[in-house]
Design a protein around this ligand. Sequence first.
Ligand SMILES: Nc1nc2c(c(=O)[nH]1)N[C@H]1C(S)=C(S)[C@@H](COP(=O)(O)OP(=O)(O)OC[C@H]3O[C@@H](n4cnc5c(=O)[nH]c(N)nc54)[C@H](O)[C@@H]3O)O[C@H]1N2
Ligand SMILES: Nc1nc2c(c(=O)[nH]1)N[C@H]1C(S)=C(S)[C@@H](COP(=O)(O)OP(=O)(O)OC[C@H]3O[C@@H](n4cnc5c(=O)[nH]c(N)nc54)[C@H](O)[C@@H]3O)O[C@H]1N2
Ligand code: SF4
Ligand SMILES: [Mo]
Length: 665
Amino acid sequence: MQMFRNTCPRNCYGTCSMLSYTENGKLIKVAGDPMHGFTQGHLCAKGYAYTQYVYNPLRLKYPMMQTKRGSGNWVRISWEEAYRIIAEKIIELYDRYGSNLASGYNKFSGNLGLLHYAVEGMFNSIGPHTKSFGNLCLATGEQAVKESFGNLHSPVPEEMAQSKMIFIWGANPAVTNIHQMKFIYKAKKNGGKLVVIDPIYTETASKADLYIQIKPGTDALLALGIAKCLLGLDQIEKTAAEWNGWKDYQQVLKRLNLATVAEKTGVSVETIQELAALYGEIKPVTTWNGLGIQRNKYGGVSIQAINSLAALSGNLHIANGGVYFTHSNYEDFPMNLLNFPEKKHASIKSSRMINCANFAMEAKNLQDPPLKLLWIASRSPLSQDMNINVWQELFKELELIVTVDLFMTNTAKHSDIVLPAASHFEEEDLNVGYWHHWLSINQKAIPSFYETKSDLMIARELTKKLNMLRPGFSTFPYELEPKDWIELELNEKVQALYGLKSYTSLVDGPKPRLANQKKNKHFSFIQVDDVKTMLHSLLLETKGEPSPYPFRLLSPQTLLKIHSQFALISWLNPKPDETVIEINNKVAESLGINDGEKVKIHNENGAIIAKACKNQHLPHGVVLVSQTGENSINQLIGSQLQKQEELSSTHFYDCFVSIKSLKHP
Ligand SMILES: Nc1nc2c(c(=O)[nH]1)N[C@H]1C(S)=C(S)[C@@H](COP(=O)(O)OP(=O)(O)OC[C@H]3O[C@@H](n4cnc5c(=O)[nH]c(N)nc54)[C@H](O)[C@@H]3O)O[C@H]1N2
Ligand SMILES: Nc1nc2c(c(=O)[nH]1)N[C@H]1C(S)=C(S)[C@@H](COP(=O)(O)OP(=O)(O)OC[C@H]3O[C@@H](n4cnc5c(=O)[nH]c(N)nc54)[C@H](O)[C@@H]3O)O[C@H]1N2
Ligand code: SF4
Ligand SMILES: [Mo]
């Protein structure tokens, strides 16, 4: 038996280092890595199920082509044939339009390993093209955190164990960040308290000392209300006046009406006062801005109001306090593949950038030249994006869609060519987390499953083909091996930061970042104008006509999937296609809906059928649906983005629906 070090590359707080055991080239077992200070030798259930994931009969084995897109009429083709068809198309489009702008890619979070930026490197190597930018997941929050602190930072999560009071606003770590729970339990064991603020009574809420069922989208108001009480009690940070926007913030708090806050948030004045007492009297308080609060139109304001509360209460710069969100340790790295220099073009200066939050809409409207070829990797927009119907329209305009994936996803099914991707056990990589501060390696533990290849290998071979057909077309250094790219990432600065001598130090175990991220002394309180706009908008909401779609649909992350991933792993998800909608008991009764019955969920974007499940803890106006690969709930999620400045956001939870029992036509 041989042992290797791998890293789970999923878009997950864990970025777990794992030990994989092989026998005769076969992966037989995976385990957590005890050398990893954050995960401490554990994985989640998805991690332990990787042996079924890797050898899953549903995994893509060969390159395939579909004669009529969407027909399901797939034929196996060779890699050579696939490269030839794709390369010829890229060159033909170049000749037709005089640039590569008609060719583009959309890539996101299927695999966050640093070598997976090969997709970006490959496209940069052919010169100006069309690319997606931004972040579907956390752009709103990132912007808000930067406005408060000037940079993106998040304390060392292991330190949460020493906190005396943990406030979680809109995160559900018992589901999304399971390793963090042990530090929370440790804090509780030491006498610390946990407060969870969430419209849904989650698994994490069930572990809390105090659970606040807030109305979705109103966290900013609650944070301002608590701050107002703190100001009244004079329990505030003495140096607050030195930070930006102090006077205006103080005015906002003074003018705020607590009764309005209570009405809009659904949290009583007494509870707001109690929360203020906790924030004011106990130190250190840890504040955690979850990613759930920023998936609505007030997400940015909410995070800034919460940051302001943490600052006002004097918990910003004290040990084991601070504000958690995500950090940007990956910026320590040169990211050679992501930053691969774009090939110069005589007349076109640079690439066209399309915000991934609005990709389909913008890509569809591109002119001169229109987008004609789309490369999709580490993504399933047809299950995970807003405006899926617009994606379907975009697909009609495209001449060639290539999807690189491990499974036949919703998106792959609507592509012309599907290329089978390697799993992380079949390739080498380097991984850095966005929550914990550890760096780890990913070794090649097993041979490729059938004909699968890594994104880097595909980039190398396709660019080679392009140059064979048209010498000098690509500048990609296809001779470099994965290890060469890893060594390039481990430059002197990174070696010093992580106390490494070379690549081999990581083979012995993951390494923590030695220097804590710089805490910026700079702080800006929430701006008055943002508060005014929010209040105005919240007021309008109550004045309008009653909506034909009375329920807010929340679709947060679930324990046994990562978005659309793992849906097909039967150890985890025996019923992959089943969509379940949770409805408050009383509401279900008033609609004549029984447990287990099929209902129609619909709105202006479409309709889907789901199985009803009563949940007595849900607020009356909220329904809960999980993300699935097939029959995606995102078919009902349309974009409300209007203004340019809002385009960085993804408002997945600003979705309203109506529910109908199928019994009564
Ligand atoms: N309704 C609703 N929608 C949401 C959200 C929500 O809360 N509610 N959350 C949003 C959030 S937070 C996120 S992060 C996005 C996620 O959006 P995506 O990143 O599109 O999500 P995944 O479903 O994880 O799809 C990733 C795909 O990459 C593939 N993949 C995995 N490894 C590799 C690899 O090495 N190479 C290649 N080429 N492919 C690979 C996987 O098999 C999978 O099909 O979804 C967003 N969508
Ligand atoms: N098991 C598992 N783990 C994952 C993922 C996964 O798909 N599955 N995905 C990973 C990714 S990409 C991400 S982005 C993270 C996200 O992980 P988290 O940061 O935990 O965020 P979410 O799961 O999106 O939402 C957390 C909570 O926010 C609540 N919420 C929704 N609206 C509001 C609101 O207006 N106010 C408040 N206070 N709460 C609100 C939801 O009810 C939900 O319980 O998880 C990562 N970890
Ligand atoms: S999905 Fe997340 S918690 Fe599970 S093994 Fe992967 S990184 Fe770790
Ligand atoms: Mo995400």
